[in-house]
Write a protein that binds this ligand. Sequence first.
Ligand SMILES: Cc1cc2nc3c(=O)[nH]c(=O)nc-3n(C[C@H](O)[C@H](O)[C@H](O)COP(=O)(O)OP(=O)(O)OC[C@H]3O[C@@H](n4cnc5c(N)ncnc54)[C@H](O)[C@@H]3O)c2cc1C
Length: 281
Amino acid sequence: MYPPEFSYVRAESLQEALKFLEGNDNTRPLAGGQSLIPMLKLRVLSPDYILDINRLNELNYVKTSLNGVSIGALTRYHDILSNDIVKSKVPLMHHATRTIGDMQVRNMGTIGGAISNADPASDMPVVLTALNATIILSSASGSRSVKALDFFKGPFTTDTNKGELVTQIEVPVLDGYKTVYKKVVRRAGDYALASVALAIKLKGNEIEDIKLAYGGVHDKPFRAMEVEKNVIGKKLNDDLVKDIASKVSSQINPPSDHRGSSWYRREVVKVLTMKAFKEVA
Ligand SMILES: Cc1cc2nc3c(=O)[nH]c(=O)nc-3n(C[C@H](O)[C@H](O)[C@H](O)COP(=O)(O)OP(=O)(O)OC[C@H]3O[C@@H](n4cnc5c(N)ncnc54)[C@H](O)[C@@H]3O)c2cc1C
């Protein structure tokens, strides 16, 4: 299907983009276009303006910062995957990025576009929710930061206000943690039927800290906070992992769709959880 009619505007600088957004409410920024273009063609969206932000090179970087690792919103999956800082300091993100789409999607798709799209089955939101990353939103009147846990509000809905652009993602570096990302797909290159991001710090066999998040099984990334609190200080063994898997499975609210039924997703989550823990034990 053809997209609805819209006007195309290309920003040459961040300042220019923010000024345009301030004066034009019904505008959609165009980053990698991997979700926006299909949504336009399906007529899910009908913006008056498409604001192309692809020339904003100032939003394309990965650097270490006081708070960990800072990633510009226009950084593409491909650049995240091949970046040594991400590989060594945020291995969870590196592993998850490897599973996203195919080469074309990874060459074009951006981290800012992925999180702004907020597909509940998307991979990057799960990673950022597990790590409790911070999202920086900028507008013509300044910037503010939002924790990933508060940023994702529901399916395709985020805490982005009118006139705001996601400009940076700040990811904490977890020293001494083992991390793993696992995902079940119907076919190669697909969105997750279910996914899990686990970061765990062990003292001997005892859980000192844990971060556990899921994708594709709730209306937004699901952080298993209640479970996390209950297992700190406990010995990691098969019985505990089975208990964690069954508790998470009962707390999520998975959809039934073309990828799988709600019941099936609950079962997949149990298996994924056990496999993830097996890798870090
Ligand atoms: C075949 C295929 C397979 C895929 N498989 C996967 C997969 O396995 N896992 C996965 O996670 N994803 C997958 N995707 C989606 C992919 O991750 C998209 O790239 C991503 O969802 C959007 O990023 P983008 O840069 O292309 O954003 P765009 O498509 O350009 O934009 C997406 C939305 O975000 C808004 N936006 C973009 N940038 C900003 C910004 N800086 N600030 C505010 N709003 C912004 C846009 O206006 C739009 O509403 C797949 C896509 C395709 C086409």
